[in-house]
Design a protein around this ligand. Structure first.
Ligand SMILES: NC(=O)c1ccc[n+]([C@@H]2O[C@H](COP(=O)([O-])OP(=O)(O)OC[C@H]3O[C@@H](n4cnc5c(N)ncnc54)[C@H](OP(=O)(O)O)[C@@H]3O)[C@@H](O)[C@H]2O)c1
Length: 351
């Protein structure tokens, strides 16, 4: 997310030139793809299985689930929708079924690691019952940002790190051996992990990496908009590091990538940012060319499903429809291995 946190109004002249947070030119781009049916491979083995999506009630998750459900039958996977229980979850399950998908909803609060474990067990039961085709992909989409109220989870961890990283690490850890190879894991990244001139101008806080035990500590829970931005960017850097380590540890046929949907102002991510900021973001969202869940959802669906993206692995970073190199500091085997160990310790403590 490149969401402005302090001076959103400054975004307007820049966004007329770009629909996204500008990065480093085209360095690192290796492929441009389209989500048009003719350009998709008809026989993706992933689309012939089940895709689990977290956060299907939100903006991007919802559009991704719908994009998958609306595909023609041979390209349409079964769906396991893991979201906060309630009317929103029931509604997206019903809509995807109406579109033709076999879909099951599992209620989960990702801020409770015990709940995540129960949801993973329920997913395994459904897969074992043959209510669904084999599990071929996990799209770890759910995310939070923006609390200025020192939000801490039921397990006593800083909420942004806990929901964005720890909850997904538990879910993936619990389901890794349930994946049928070939399989894909797509994590949700954000370019806010590093600063560039555009984000500096908008006051978007970059990451400020610390030992993961410290990042999870309740003392690190944000109490200002700036600290909330740092916590978000740290959680998104953690996801890139985790993706690299996960690829080293996953079975050979499980491919790990990270998707960045572009800056989609005015999604649920801004819900805690206050009315003036939300109004400014809603105005920016209406500017032609700005990314939106409706445009980025089908791109995320394609990265999870299509044969065109079958080469992605090792935590490859895809910004909308282009694979890009990450910043040099985002590839760090020592930090990646430390994150893995610390994550295991934090998950163990929460048992
Ligand atoms: N928006 C952007 O510009 C942008 C840019 C880069 C990356 N991303 C990433 O894209 C992903 C989707 O973001 P979005 O913009 O679509 O945000 P969103 O509209 O707020 O959707 C987030 C989803 O996560 C779910 N979620 C959050 N906390 C949860 C919890 N404790 N338990 C269960 N579900 C929970 C939300 O459910 P509820 O609605 O029930 O809370 C919602 O379904 C996130 O990972 C985000 O970091 C977004």
């Amino acid at each position: 997310m490149c969401a402005p946190e302090q001076r959103p109004v400054l975004a307007l002249p820049v966004l007329r030139q770009t629909d996204d947070c500008p990065d480093r030119g085209d360095r690192g781009n290796v492929e441009v793809m389209t989500t048009e049916p003719a350009a998709r491979a008809a026989s993706s083995p992933i689309a012939a299985g089940t895709v689990l999506i977290t956060g299907p009630t939100g903006s991007l998750g919802r559009e991704t689930a719908l994009a998958m459900a609306r595909r023609p039958a041979p390209e349409r996977p079964d769906l396991l929708l893991l979201g906060r229980p309630g009317a929103g979850l029931e509604a997206i399950a019903a809509e995807t079924r109406l579109a033709g998908a076999t879909a099951h909803a599992i209620g989960v609060d990702l801020a409770r690691l015990g709940d995540v474990r129960t949801a993973a067990a329920r997913a395994r039961e459904l897969l074992a019952s043959e209510a669904l085709r084999p599990l071929r992909a996990i799209v770890a989409n759910a995310g939070v940002t923006g609390s200025m109220t020192r939000a801490v989870t039921a397990d006593g961890y800083e909420r942004t790190f806990a929901v964005n990283h720890l909850a997904h690490a538990r879910l993936i850890g619990d389901l890794l051996d349930a994946l049928a190879e070939p399989a894909r894991i797509v994590l949700l990244g954000s370019n806010t992990y590093y600063e560039n001139a555009f984000r500096r101008m908008l006051g978007v806080a970059p990451s400020d990496w610390r030992d993961p035990i410290e990042l999870a500590s309740p003392e690190r829970a944000p109490s200002s908009l700036r600290e909330a931005g740092v916590a978000y960017s740290n959680s998104k850097l953690a996801i890139i590091y985790y993706a690299h380590e996960l690829q080293r540890r996953a079975p050979a046929g499980v491919q790990v990538s990270v998707f960045e949907p572009g800056w989609m102002p005015s999604t649920g991510l801004s819900r805690e940012m206050g009315e003036p900021v939300r109004r400014a973001l809603a105005a920016i969202a209406r500017i032609p060319g700005v990314s939106s869940p409706a445009k980025s959802g089908p791109m995320l669906a394609a990265v999870a499903l299509d044969a065109r993206w079958a080469q992605l692995r090792d935590g490859a970073f895809v910004v909308k429809s282009k694979e890009r190199a990450v910043e040099p500091f985002a590839v760090d085997p020592a930090r990646e291995s430390r994150l893995w160990e610390a994550t295991a310790e934090l998950l163990e403590r929460a048992r």
